[in-house]
Design a protein around this ligand. Structure first.
Ligand code: SF4
Length: 478
């Protein structure tokens, strides 16, 4: 008993959230999480396969484990997550230091796999599931600031975007029971958390089918209520993403709610209407576009075109004029022409994103694109186009941040500023980072507090605010 585990998460927020589920499963098996690999009996790398570089980084880290094992002969090393699913043979056969390989749907089997490893054998389980959601497992929060937390609402993805490995590494879509999601959020409030991010590869296709009676529905809170307190009967049988957002907003009025990731083809006005109705649902949407060219979107198998996407953007702005929007962009996808690239630049210009994640196309084995299209855009052209997208987005982000100057924002403080111990950082509802002084009217401000701050300055990537008043739990809305 009292074994020590160190879990290192790579890639997306889903992996961070999964690592907390793993920590919970192992805690029942006598493992305590530790902060470094050096002090651990078991090191688990929770990996990402989204791009070649992500896998290369992990392979380097795995090699470093040889030195640790040289110093601690009993150390066990395991690889979890998307690389485990995609590269199981390579990891077990080519990486002698690796004892254990476990895919994203097989974490419940960790205790028995570790027993096998304990007898000196290698152990692997990469079976994907159509049911597994780890819904009833209470995560052990890791590396937490005690203020913000992630809650996974669904797993897998049924879309088949041509460039993406996720459907192969995380399996088919399944939505978690809405009741367990709401109770996990209530537990976060009891534990003092102030903000939750609801996670899914494509949250807009969240669908949970409720079974049981009306009384159960009322008791479980799976009966959504409109502004006039009228219950919406139709939502009883099936809870979609808009219903779930409303359930969490009603059940946890002091909790700020964010979510990620949306999909333009599935995002409904119903979701936007619910967001606009509740002050504790943050006015920020991450809506990956990937390309501004309808022809490229067609080849990417994204399920929408440029016009459809821009109509979604217009709808967001109609329901919530102050809503911030971010996106994902891939440059140099198979067959992308200069004209397609210009389409992407003009879309960035037209939307005016607050922020964007921008990458050049990295071919992933077994994906639709790898099977159907040659990776024919030369690396230097991919790089030049990426730089043009980055340069343009930098200007748009600066414009967006500058548009907040003089406004008063509610800022949830998360921690100490990296640049100055006399300053704290937090986020406004639009997910922009706001830096405020540590002390206000002789009050020592702390993480978890909500302050009203007037935006006094905008610098690349963050805002500086002058605190007007401390709001605390009273109001968490804009
Ligand atoms: S929606 Fe597309 S890009 Fe996103 S996880 Fe699913 S397949 Fe990948």
């Amino acid at each position: 008993m009292n074994k020590r585990v160190y879990i290192e998460s790579y890639g997306c927020q889903m992996n961070v959230s999964d690592s907390e589920v793993v920590a919970s499963i192992l805690a029942k098996d006598g493992y305590t999480p530790v902060k470094t690999a050096e002090e651990a009996d078991l090191v688990l790398l929770n990996t990402c396969s989204i791009r070649e570089k992500a896998e290369y980084t992990v392979m380097q880290r795995i090699n470093e484990m040889n030195n640790l094992k040289a110093r601690n002969r009993d150390l066990k090393v395991g690889v979890l997550g998307c690389m485990a699913e995609r590269m199981r043979e390579d990891l077990l056969e080519k990486k002698k230091v690796v004892d254990l390989v476990v895919g994203p749907d097989a974490y419940r089997t960790l205790p028995e796999l570790l027993e096998k490893v304990g007898t000196g054998q290698k152990a692997v389980n990469v079976i994907l599931s159509r049911e597994e959601t780890y819904g009833e497992i209470e995560p052990v929060r890791l590396d937490t600031n005690g203020v913000t937390a992630f809650v996974t609402i669904m797993r897998g993805c049924d879309n088949m975007c041509a460039f993406c490995v996720v459907p192969f590494t995380r399996g088919r879509e399944r939505s978690r029971d809405a009741v367990s999601i709401t109770s996990e959020c209530r537990q976060l409030v009891r534990d003092g958390y102030k903000e939750v991010t609801l996670l899914g590869q494509n949250v807009d296709s969240y669908k949970w089918h409720q079974t049981g009676s009306i009384t159960t529905a009322v008791a479980n809170g799976t009966r959504s209520v409109d502004a006039k307190g009228r219950h919406n009967v139709n939502a009883l049988a099936t809870v979609d993403f808009a219903d779930l957002l409303e359930m969490v907003a009603l059940a946890c009025p002091t909790l700020r709610i964010r979510y990620s990731t949306s999909h333009p083809k599935d995002m409904t006005d119903k979701v936007l209407a619910v967001m606009s109705r509740y002050g504790n649902i943050c006015k920020y949407i991450h809506l990956p576009v990937q390309s501004g060219s309808s022809e490229v979107l067609q080849r990417m198998n994204r399920g929408y075109d440029r016009e459809w996407y821009l109509e979604r953007i217009a709808s967001i702005r109609q329901y919530m004029p102050d809503c911030a929007i971010s996106t994902d962009i891939i440059t140099g996808f198979c067959g992308e022409t200069e004209e397609d690239h210009r389409q992407t630049l003009s879309l960035i210009e037209e939307v005016g994103y607050d922020m964007a994640f921008m990458f050049k196309y990295s071919e992933r084995p077994k994906t639709l694109a790898a099977r159907k299209y040659p990776d024919d855009v030369p690396e230097d052209i991919k790089g030049r186009r990426l730089q043009e997208v980055i340069d343009l987005q930098k200007c748009k982000s600066a414009e967006r941040l500058a548009s907040y100057l003089g406004q008063a924002h509610a800022v949830l403080i998360e921690g100490v500023s990296k640049r100055s111990a006399e300053h704290l950082y937090g986020r406004n509802t639009q997910n922009s980072v706001v830096i405020v002084p540590r002390v206000h009217n002789d009050i020592d401000l702390r993480p978890g507090m909500v302050v009203h701050a007037r935006i006094a300055h905008a610098s690349p990537g963050s805002l500086q605010g002058a605190v007007l008043e401390v709001l605390n739990e009273k109001v968490v809305g804009p």
